[in-house]
Design a binder for this molecule. Structure first.
Ligand SMILES: [Zn+2]
Length: 173
């Protein structure tokens, strides 16, 4: 088919085709080819438009990913800074605690550690304004009188939560 078309076109170019039927046939063939080209061009435009849409979507998504990455990096930096802060605080607290713990009698320290394990990490609580700050319950007057009369080195326990009560000038005794 292709070979014949090429030959026909050569013959037409050279003015060799004189048969009106051949000319008409070739004319039809040319028109058909032009319609096909036009259809292909329309399809190409459509594909290009779809490609542009897809590229736009891709750009938007890429921007979103970049933004999320940036937020993640910011959060990671904040987390690391907070962790470093907590670590430093822990070091300070441990450094403060060790000499204090070393000065305490072993049985008191053992009681404190046992209570701390049982009571959500708080083994001792300040007696403040006649209230145990461990369980937040008020101490009744009779018990307050007992506590007030107790010597300074006696270990006082909250009757409600069993925690060691630490007396201070703000205890309200
Ligand atoms: Zn208590």
């Amino acid at each position: 088919m292709k070979a014949r078309r090429t030959r026909d076109r050569d013959r037409m170019d050279q003015g060799l085709i004189t048969n009106p039927k051949d000319l008409e046939r070739m004319q039809h063939e040319l028109e058909s080819l032009e319609r096909r080209i036009s259809t292909l061009e329309d399809e190409e435009l459509e594909v290009m438009a779809r490609l542009e849409d897809a590229q736009r979507d891709l750009d938007a998504l890429t921007a979103q990913v970049a933004e999320a990455d940036e937020q993640l990096a910011t959060l990671a930096t904040a987390r690391d800074a907070k962790l470093a802060e907590i670590d430093a605080e822990l070091t300070t607290v441990v450094a403060d605690r060790d000499p204090v713990a070393a000065g305490l009698p072993d049985d008191l320290l053992a009681l404190y550690d046992k209570l701390r394990a049982q009571k959500g990490g708080v083994g001792a609580a300040e007696l403040r304004q006649r209230r145990c700050t461990g369980c937040q319950l008020g101490i009744d007057n009779a018990e307050l009188a007992v506590i007030a009369a107790a010597p300074d080195d006696q270990v006082i326990r909250c009757e409600e939560c069993s925690r060691i009560l630490v007396r201070t000038p703000e205890s309200g005794l």
